[in-house]
Write a new protein. Structure first.
Length: 198
C-alpha cells in the first residue's frame, strides 16, 4: 500500500574476461562465475589429490619398513652415512627416495603396535579420499554439486535477518480521495470572480 512493488535501476556489468574488459549480460555473468567456480574446485581437488597420493606413498614405505623392521634397523646401523643408509633402503626394499627418507626420519616411538595400526588406518582413509577425489575430477555433476553446497554454506554463514516485516492484513480499497494529502488551506474569492488557494 505504501511502498513500490518494483524498483528499476541501470547497471553496467563490466568485467575482465580473458584479460580484456567486456560488458556482460546477467546471464553471461552467471556463466562466467560458474565456469570460474568449476575451475577453482578442479584445481583445489587436484591439489588435495596430489597431497593425498604423496602421503599414501610415504605410508606405503612406512608399512614396508614396519614389516621388515629388523632388516631395516641392521641396514641403517651398518651404514656409514645417511646417504649410504638411504641408498641401501632404496636398493634393498625397492623404495623411492621420499619413502627412504621418511623411514630414516621415523622416530622410535612410531614403531609400537598402536602406531602401526594408526599408519594402516590412515592409509585406508587416504585410499578412500583418493578414490573420492578422482571421482570428483571425473564428474562435472559432482563439481556442480560441490559448488551448490558451498554457496548454500556461504548463505547460511553470512545471511542477515529480514529488515522489514510482512504483515498479513486486509487490503482496503483505495479511492482517489485517499491519495489527496490533508492540509490546511485558505480560499479567497476576488471581486473579479477568481478563486485563490493559499
Amino acid at each position: 500500500k505504501h511502498t513500490a512493488l518494483q524498483t528499476s535501476f541501470g547497471i553496467i556489468m563490466l568485467a575482465i574476461v580473458e584479460k580484456q574488459p567486456k560488458v556482460l549480460t546477467l546471464l553471461e555473468v552467471m556463466r562466467y562465475f560458474i565456469s570460474h567456480r568449476q575451475d577453482v574446485v578442479r584445481r583445489r581437488t587436484r591439489y588435495e589429490l596430489k597431497r593425498a597420493e604423496l602421503r599414501a606413498h610415504i605410508l606405503e614405505g612406512l608399512t614396508i619398513a614396519l614389516d621388515n623392521l629388523d632388516k631395516i634397523i641392521s641396514l641403517i646401523r651398518a651404514s656409514r652415512t645417511v646417504d649410504a643408509a638411504r641408498n641401501g633402503l632404496i636398493t634393498s626394499f625397492h623404495l623411492t627416495k621420499i619413502q627412504a627418507q621418511s623411514i630414516l626420519d621415523l622416530q622410535l616411538q612410531k614403531l609400537t603396535r598402536l602406531e602401526r595400526e594408526k599408519i594402516q588406518s590412515e592409509y585406508k582413509e587416504l585410499k578412500k579420499t583418493i578414490s573420492r577425489l578422482k571421482k570428483i575430477l571425473g564428474s562435472e555433476e559432482l563439481i556442480l554439486d560441490i559448488i551448490v553446497d558451498e554457496l548454500k554454506q556461504i548463505k547460511e554463514d553470512y545471511q542477515d535477518e529480514r529488515k522489514t516485516e510482512i504483515m498479513k492484513e486486509e487490503i482496503t480499497e483505495i479511492t482517489p480521495e485517499d491519495l489527496i494529502k490533508e492540509e490546511d488551506v485558505a480560499i479567497t474569492y476576488t471581486s473579479s470572480g477568481y478563486i485563490k488557494r493559499t
